[in-house]
Design a protein around this ligand. Structure first.
Ligand SMILES: C[S@@+](CC[C@H](N)C(=O)[O-])C[C@H]1O[C@@H](n2cnc3c(N)ncnc32)[C@H](O)[C@@H]1O
Length: 220
């Protein structure tokens, strides 16, 4: 899979060079390219934003550099997403669907956002990571990329994906590791019993309890 991210601030993407994502790239499970939109702006000023028509606060990212950047990387089967607080709310289900694409392009907005014409031109899908407004689409693009990459086959063990929050509309059970007693707090006995059936039942009931408490909406 190939993920191209278009941004005016490519240096913000250092976190994608660490840990599991770094390994996925090294093992060629995914190719991630950070593309600087400014490289496609015109000299001498390489301007990428301008005042909004109709007035109002802030600046708007211009069509031309984004158009040229997309034209330089698009493929016949690519799907283009625009990170935006107006978008459809990103979820584990959407991450699963996105992880099956061969090539995605993610556009990061900044300032007041992006000229609507370039969004319409490529029929971009707007994606939001939550009901709040951030300064730019870079953090949302990293959130989406991270969520997608760990779902690509062989990036992490398949069992980890099956048994985690949001599979079966449940949140995950509590996790414990060594030591078995920490500051007088013992791990539940059942987890040390070796009885896999009982452990599974215990974890399932914990999952249900936690979901009811924190996210009852998932059970509807
Ligand atoms: C300050 S925001 C623009 C907000 C826009 N004027 C509005 O009111 O909807 C700048 C950029 O940050 C990104 N952004 C901000 N919040 C986001 C969110 N919740 N999800 C995804 N992207 C977001 C988008 O790319 C957006 O173009």
């Amino acid at each position: 899979m190939k993920i191209d991210i278009l941004s005016l601030f490519p240096e913000m993407f250092a976190p994608l060079k660490e840990s599991i994502i770094k390994r996925a790239v090294e093992n060629k499970k995914v190719e991630i390219n950070i593309i600087n939109i400014r490289d496609f702006a015109s000299p001498p000023h390489y301007k990428c934003d301008d005042e909004p028509f109709g007035g109002g606060a802030g600046m708007v990212m211009m069509c031309e550099p984004i158009y040229k950047a997309i034209e330089s990387i698009k493929t016949v089967d690519c799907k283009i997403f625009y990170m935006s607080p107006r978008g459809k709310k990103f979820s584990q289900q959407i991450a699963r669907e996105m992880s099956k694409f061969n090539h995605i392009i993610i556009l990061c907005g900044h300032y007041e956002g992006v000229d609507q014409r370039v969004i319409d031109m490529y029929n971009m899908e707007e994606l939001s990571i939550g009901d709040y407004v951030l300064t730019g689409g870079e953090l949302p693009a990293m959130v989406v990329t991270d969520a997608i990459v760990r779902l690509i086959p062989e990036v992490i063990t398949p069992e980890s994906i099956v048994e985690e929050s949001f599979s079966d509309n449940l949140l995950e059970y509590n996790q414990y590791t060594r030591p078995a007693v920490f500051k007088n707090m013992a791990v539940p006995d059942i987890l040390l019993s070796g009885n896999h059936k009982k452990i599974e039942e215990f974890r399932k009931s914990q999952s249900l309890e936690i979901t009811k408490k924190n996210r009852p909406d998932l059970l509807k």
